[in-house]
Design a protein around this ligand. Structure first.
Ligand code: ATP
Length: 242
């Protein structure tokens, strides 16, 4: 961590019609980092992710990815460049098998040859042995945790340079949440840069190089994960301490 900036978000303003949701936020993610964006409901976390993915236009500011201004680049071209978001609400196709669901991830960014495809699928199955066991099971019959694994695995099939994860622990049981966080840390440790949005502040910060606190559309604090964990104001607002 701490390499070249991979993502630079510069003073972006984003809104829905006349309602401004982000009032000029800036953040950076360096090559190799795991960075968490924290905030209460309605703070603008999802809006930030959607702006990064290219699903919402910027009113002002810019987004620079690997040194290029991508502010006006279409969503599917951002995926091709390696900016890949695992969908919100998981978006697993219920009638497709686990394997077919995973393979949907590389439609947006096709492999050049079968060897690369198989290697990528293998990496996903190594991270999620559970999915290998359930390769032929249809998405609609998977547990919530398994669906989240499919959503993350599918994003990995697009070979992200930066993986965007929006609340991957949402709605999952505590033990499954632990497992998902361990896997996210492993994905990061094996070379993928990750920007994570989480309500589960303690676990996310404990595993993050750095974090940003978002409050009603502005960044109010940022710093190393451990520093934010030890910050009394952060503890009172997000960690149920104080
Ligand atoms: P949560 O944790 O509840 O998902 P969030 O931090 O992701 O919250 P956003 O969903 O980004 O917050 O919402 C930021 C602000 O933008 C909120 O005030 C919200 O009401 C508003 N907003 C979000 N989506 C829309 C929309 N489609 N139309 C109008 N306003 C919206």
């Amino acid at each position: 961590p701490g390499g070249e900036p991979l993502l630079e978000v510069e003073d972006i303003v984003v809104g829905y019609g006349r309602i401004e949701a982000l009032h000029g936020i800036s953040l950076q993610v360096a090559e190799g980092e795991l960075v968490t964006l924290l905030g209460a409901n309605g703070a603008g976390k999802t809006t930030t992710m959607r702006a990064l993915s290219g699903l919402l236009p910027l009113t002002r500011g810019r987004i620079v990815f690997e040194g290029s201004d991508i502010s006006r680049v279409q969503a599917h071209r951002r995926v091709l460049a390696g900016l890949v978001q695992a969908p919100e609400g998981r978006g697993v196709f219920p009638g497709m098998t686990v394997r077919e669901n995973l393979e949907m991830g590389c439609y947006a960014r096709p492999f050049r040859n079968k060897g690369d495809h198989d290697a990528a699928l293998d990496r996903v199955f190594e991270l999620f042995p559970r999915l290998r066991e359930r390769e032929k099971q249809v998405g609609g019959t998977l547990s919530g945790g398994e669906q989240q694994m499919v959503a993350i695995g599918r994003a990995l099939m697009a070979r992200p340079r930066l993986l965007l994860l929006d609340e991957p622990s949402m709605g999952l049981a505590p033990m499954v949440i632990q497992q998902i966080f361990r896997i996210i840390a492993e994905i990061n440790a094996t070379g993928t840069t990750v920007l994570l949005v989480e309500q589960n502040a303690r676990q996310a910060l404990a595993r993050s190089d750095r974090g940003y606190i978002l409050e009603t559309g502005v960044v109010t604090k940022s710093g190393p994960g451990r520093e934010l964990l030890d910050d009394p104001a952060v503890q009172a607002a997000y960690l149920g301490v104080g």
